[in-house]
Ligand binder design. Sequence first.
Ligand code: GLA
Length: 740
Amino acid sequence: MKSFASAVLAAAALAGFTAHAQDAVTYDAATKVFRIDGGQVTYAFGVNDLDELQPVYWGAKLVTGDPLPAAHTNEGHASFDLPTSTTPQEFAGWGAGLYLEPALKITFPDGNRDLVLHYVSHTIEGSTLTVRLKDIEREVFVDVRYAMDPATGVLGRSAVIENKTTTPLVIEQAAAATWTLPQGTNYTLDTMTGRWAGEDALHTEPLHQGERVLESRRGSTGHQNDPWFAIERAHTNDQDAGDVWFGALAWSGSWRITIEQDLLNQVRVTGGYNPFDFGYKLAPGESLATPVFYGGYTHDGIGGASRLLHRFELTQILPQRPHPKPRPVIYNSWEATEFNVSEAAQEALAEKAASIGVERFVVDDGWFGQRKTDHAGLGDWYVNKDKFPNGLKPLIDKVHALGMDFGLWVEPEMVNPDSDLYRKHPDWVLNFTGRPRTEGRNQLVLNLARPDVRAYVFGFLDKLLTGNDIAFLKWDYNRNWSEPGWPAVAADEQKQVYVKYTENLYGILKELREKHPNVEIESCSGGGGRVDLGILRYTDEVWPSDNTDPYDRLLIQDGFTYAYTPGVMMAWVTDSPGWMNRRTTTVEYRFLSSMQGGLGVGANLNHWGPEDFATAKHLIAEYKQVRETVQHGDLYRLVSPQTNGEQSGSEQSVTESVSPDKSQAAVFAFLHSSTQGYPYPLLYLRGLDPHAQYRLHWMTGKPGGQLPEVASGQYWMSAGLALNLIGDFQATAFRLDKVQ
Ligand code: GLA
């Protein structure tokens, strides 16, 4: 017989919500402790004896009623380290005796630079808590916000700083939050670094006393560091075991995350606007909101951390949340034709693309203005009449007739000096008066913080989408800032560009989506130069790297998925040998490498023979059977190719994706090169239902090993599966479907 409790839970699930014994946010007035619960996580902090917010707990979910101690200021450490520095705070102003990273640093016009924030009040609305802080003397208020995702336990933290004094003040440093880990020394830090065509290399290093800085000073997210971190306690090589705290900053402008281990081995992570060259003038009555810094905890290792982040991004961040549509199979001719686009040539490629099952045809750079090379045309967003004499309509109609939808490349924030736009508005770019304007790829950055530039960019995009049946924009951004001046505003307001530029970028994307709700957008920045949880609120997918070498991609894609869901990760099958490494690989190897995310084809189809078309058609059909699992399922890295930031990946790479209901799994396995006849490592799958039976289906032309046709989930996870991968650049893939 069903118990009363389980009947209530079942009814609650039917009604679309889950019953919680513990409210998401509770406040204990006796101890002055706030407790926030979500997923398998409890987060708690208190108001201490000095009225500061002091962290108390962040980790595995506690039982309702478990004791959470009241917060008490720590002793100082000799006369050199005052209690302000030895007591961790949730959101510390730079003032009193703080020697660690502050969350907020302000200079007042009278020269005062001391800021000490104390608790004033709080409000709780559902799973959101807002705590109001105020300086001990001045009318500077900070609302610190905590929004808990009940499903994943990922907590979003941010702050709004309000100037209620009668004079302007300058914010020199503003973080979204400081995260504090349990005191200890056995921590390992995971970060990601990269560069153009070499993004997302994972580094794992022991945490030591001192500060580690991850940042971008470039005006946008950058290829160099991902705004993401993970900290493992007692690091093991098992991807799916161990305590991990992780976080991701949702900001696409200059940003910084610092990881500090202080003198008493307290680890704190502070992230927000990059204080380098910051200096936001806040007039009386104005406020500044910080980006959101998301943080989570898991007991299931770095693999568990990424699965939580993936789920969170799919259900809480992406524009089509909570159920984003799977990415269609695309064709893009950039690598095949570069700027040499024309109606006839694109139509010929479209016919071939449609024949293999492509669903979206994308015209890349070169279709507009006087764009023959990267020296001219950016900014002039009219269709080039030589290449498309009757506009884009004939090509779009043709693409539709072939059963595909149509996408177009744009780079809205940039201008070539050789353009009508720049000749007319040389003052529209970022610049310092009288100083050189440093070009990158022969282009300059339009200052999107300017209202007229914002209006222009929105206007031409709106017109393009209104006048043409366009389903998709590839939004590119091919350089970083230089000389970030804004001469049109007063000198002491120019640094607001670091905030207002990115806010306007988000604003344009938001308005475009509202006005054209069926249009999907990709964030590209010379590959993965602008990928973060901020841009992902407005874009459906990203281009992780211009490097389309299928072997290099295994490493880049593995790294990418520590922070971002494969549901946004586009990957194209391009020509072989590839331009990057002149490496030769089979069509099958290239497809399997690209099928681990959103699949695209970027090869010159005019060079393909009948066998290539047949392989492509077969694998695209196979991909469509697993894409929901690959894009929205749970990812297990059975063999990660990471080699701790070394130049190349390891010999093997294996991913397994399991659908949320465990009815399907898709496995992709790769071998760089056999040596000394060693066999391929046995595979032990994860995440299946041990009691269910699963049927095997090879996606590739021939079996990749001698595996049973049907076996239990327990078998697939325990038996040790032997693949017969041998040779150079070998790959195989199979799927398991639950037998109903
Ligand atoms: C960037 C992109 C490429 C391509 C070119 C076009 O490099 O990352 O995919 O669109 O621009 O100029």
